[in-house]
Design a protein around this ligand. Sequence first.
Ligand SMILES: Nc1nc2c(ncn2[C@@H]2O[C@H](COP(=O)(O)OP(=O)(O)O)[C@@H](O)[C@H]2O)c(=O)[nH]1
Ligand SMILES: [Mg+2]
Length: 404
Amino acid sequence: MIFRPEKEVNGTCDSVFPVTGSGRSVAEAWAFRMNRLSKFVLIVPTYNERDNIGPLIEALEEEFRKIPYDMNILVMDDNSPDGTAEIVRQAGKNYSNVYLITGEKQGLGAAYIRGMKHAIDGMNADAVMEMDADFSHKPDDVPRLIRALDEGADFVIGSRYVKGGTIPHDWGLLRQAISKWGNIFARYIVGLYKVHDCTAGFRAIRSSIIKRIDLESLGVQGYAFQIALLYKVMASGARVQEIPVEFVDRVKGTTKLGFSDIREFIIHAWWLRFEHSKTFVRFVVVGASGVLVNLGVFTVLINSGLNKFLASPISIELSIISNVLLNNFWTFSARKTKHRFYVKGLKFNVVSLSVLGISYSTFVILNLLLPNLALQIHQVLGIVPAMLANYFLHSYWTFRSSPE
Ligand SMILES: Nc1nc2c(ncn2[C@@H]2O[C@H](COP(=O)(O)OP(=O)(O)O)[C@@H](O)[C@H]2O)c(=O)[nH]1
Ligand SMILES: [Mg+2]
């Protein structure tokens, strides 16, 4: 259901921006660019935020007075049982730029997808913003995000993990771990390593960028939406910029982040990796061929009477050599690295030796702990940690692309 307040308010906005060095007020400088962006829709998803949403709307309206654009708030409320929607309806009577869409609870991502489609197709927004309702994202940071967009970025992230950005100092270890690991997954599993805060829900995005993407096909319901959207916009070549923000812990209400969101996030991260990464698929194929080389050589060597503690590292070494040759000339062949060949060679050797160490120590430990298992099983189990270490070290160090 879409609610539109009937009362119209004249949307004049007195600028409180200081005068810049050039003698032109920032508001004038912004207005200069009005032909590019003019209508903004700030989307706020809510589920049981009755104590936060009223004050947030007030605080945002206060900020909007400093921004010389057509600023609007679209609250996406999933039929919160606590009556959040009623508070938004009341606010809509005072402010003509407050909109509300209610619906069944399907998750944070589903709410954003519906909200963005309505903002762009139904309200003709030039840009949309994402913002939590719980004051974790400070309303007075909104102008900074808009300005970065205005200055040329396509996708601005209010980031906790760039220099100057912060997370709450009293955040529990579990909450910190979820946030940090979410970003580690997004950066190193999905491959978004150029962005430091991939899971942030404080963003300003040009509508033209979202129009390039089929929101319906993102295939996410919950918090995984943040990485799914970021992945697609980066793949489409959007200019992404992070600006530092202080993330404040909510004072009222409770977090809605649930186990099903975390599960969807992890599965989706791997899905994006598999679906889109030719590199990783090639790496897995090369890895499988390495397993065959490793086990084949190992079996031949022990059958010909060689001591198992010698046969193991020799076969590991041979499989590493075959893997790295294939990875260099096939898996990572498209990567342009600025390093000279000998630097790559040196890095390659360091990685190989550590991987050999990991694989061989696993073999020796398993041999001592579980002497009744077949030797081949010890040898294979040694491959698993080695393969992961091998991929990440080579992908993010040896064969890392140089920045353009
Ligand atoms: N519409 C809608 N909003 C949601 C849903 N889940 C969370 N939210 C809102 O999304 C924002 C972020 O959620 P929050 O619980 O603060 O997550 P956290 O900051 O990661 O702990 C808040 O404004 C929530 O009310 C949902 O399923 N539907
Ligand atoms: Mg929150």
